[in-house]
Write a protein that binds this ligand. Structure first.
Ligand SMILES: [Zn+2]
Length: 235
């Protein structure tokens, strides 16, 4: 298990990279056509993060490319995959990850669960997506009006195993002092921290500069993914 200072240093690095990614969104080639074939696995972690946010920028601007979604691309990646980013997103039907980031087959390794929580099984999936498949970024993607966060805040009784999610989200509700809007951001930070601290596999990749952690909140009204500043950063 990692000590706190180690994890905070990792998060500082990750957050600083997120800020750099956002600052690069004014690049003039944002809407330029991509080469027909490009090996995204050669991108650096920082470049991979930029690529994600570029895709969201296109989506918001109504300038989507809907890239790599045809049968030819599927056949190309059928034998093997090299996703450049991994996403821990919510199961919500309004947050389809490839559409939000304007990506296609073989680009994103996505695990989705209500409340975008870092459960044991999701951590295992993300370890596979990074350690085995080589994704350079893990982005935890929350969203506005998230039912899982709202339900946890209300702490109302629910049937079956739904309440199993509550325990993973409740610390974020406490951090936000019950403010649901703030809790959605706090939940993203919390899940990033859990991933960084609970997985020696991910921690080692972060320490080696092979992986960056990032957070975002998808606004259901605007389509914008707002970067989430991570703990350990004073700005
Ligand atoms: Zn949700």
């Amino acid at each position: 298990m990692l000590n706190q200072s180690f994890s905070r240093r990792n998060l500082f690095t990750a957050a600083a990279t997120t800020g750099a990614a956002v600052s690069l969104l004014h690049r003039s080639d944002l809407f330029a056509a991509e080469p027909p074939k490009i090996d995204f696995s050669k991108l650096s972690p920082a470049e991979s993060l930029v690529k994600l946010f570029e895709g969201n920028k296109r989506f918001v601007a109504g300038e989507i490319r809907a890239p790599r979604r045809d049968i030819e691309r599927l056949r190309e990646v059928a034998p093997t995959q090299k996703p450049f980013a991994a996403i821990l997103g919510c199961a919500d039907s309004r947050v389809p990850v490839e559409i939000v980031f304007d990506q296609g087959f073989g680009d994103l390794f996505v695990t989705r669960i209500a409340g975008n929580v870092a459960s044991t099984e999701n951590i295992a999936s993300l370890e596979f997506g990074t350690e085995i498949l080589g994704a350079k970024v893990i982005l935890v993607l929350g969203h506005t009006n998230c039912g899982a966060v709202v339900a946890t805040a209300s702490a109302r009784a629910v049937p079956g195993q739904i309440s199993a999610l509550y325990q993973l989200i409740r610390p974020a509700i406490r951090s936000a002092k019950g403010d649901v809007v703030k809790a959605i951001y706090e939940n993203v930070k919390l899940q990033v921290q859990t991933l960084s601290e609970a997985s020696p596999v991910l921690a080692e990749r972060i320490a080696k500069g092979q992986l960056v952690m990032a957070g975002g909140v998808f606004d259901l009204e605007t389509g914008i993914v707002h970067p989430v500043e991570l703990p350990g950063v004073s700005t």
